[in-house]
Design a protein around this ligand. Sequence first.
Ligand code: NDP
Length: 274
Amino acid sequence: MTDRYAVFGNPIGHSKSPRIHKAFAEQTAQTLRYDAIEAPKADFAGAWQAFVDAGGRGANVTVPFKQDAYSLAQVLSPRAQRAGAVNTLMLGRDGKLYGDTTDGVGLVRDLQAHAAPLAGVRVLLLGAGGASRGVIEPLLEAGIASLTIANRTVAKAEELALLFADRGEVAGCGFDAAEGPFDLVINATSASLAGDLPPLPDKTFTADGLAYDMMYGAEPTVFLRWAAAHGARTVDGLGMLIEQAAESFWLWRQVRPDTAPLRESLRRELSQHS
Ligand code: NDP
């Protein structure tokens, strides 16, 4: 039976993951099948079991199932434990279900691909949801000097900061209290989806500051447009999506795909659909 993989979400119709993983499989000559599966919101576990019965070996998990995947996994990687979320599931040879999160590695690799220095930089992370939580550990490991987490619901930013307080200079606050300037500002809110801009102070960026929005699209997000108007270099989250997928692929197949060709082709496709 062909090894099967899939991305689980709800909704899942517009996911680029099947496109990405098929390209990785072709490039590395791996025989596998990868689908998009819209699981019922109330029965992620049932959908996963049906998938395993049909030859499923591993999966990516996206909104709203990252917590369900976390609960279902029998063995969690340390980074998934710390993030409190799982975006990659895999069946081990021992029959156990392993859970990991690759979002943080994906972000750090994409920042590196854009020659964004991390060691010693001051970082402002916007948002305190799943995506934000998953990238904190890898950012701290990359040697950033300080991390300020700012969120609309301030208490959530403060709680998240407390979780990582033993790891260095980490603080939580509201958007308007984010005391810059920062070398790197990462938008991990879903505000861009609604065309909203977190209300940040004007002096948010250093002179050579970088703005990163985890969201991506044919056009720059409202956050990236605002950042560019304030003198920052801007990067969207398309590369993060590709890099987190590459890390999942490696976990499943022990083969690391070259992400560069896909970065170019997906960017071209995005701009053609604008
Ligand atoms: P969650 O639902 O877990 O968290 C959403 C966060 O956004 C919360 O902090 C919430 O604040 C904040 N928020 C929502 N709406 C607004 C608004 N209008 N103004 C200000 N803040 C707002 O989502 P995720 O963390 O899972 O995802 C966040 C974003 O990251 C999404 O756009 C997602 O697509 C993207 N993402 C991209 C990835 C990639 O590979 N490129 C990977 C993972 C995520 P509050 O707590 O106050 O509700």
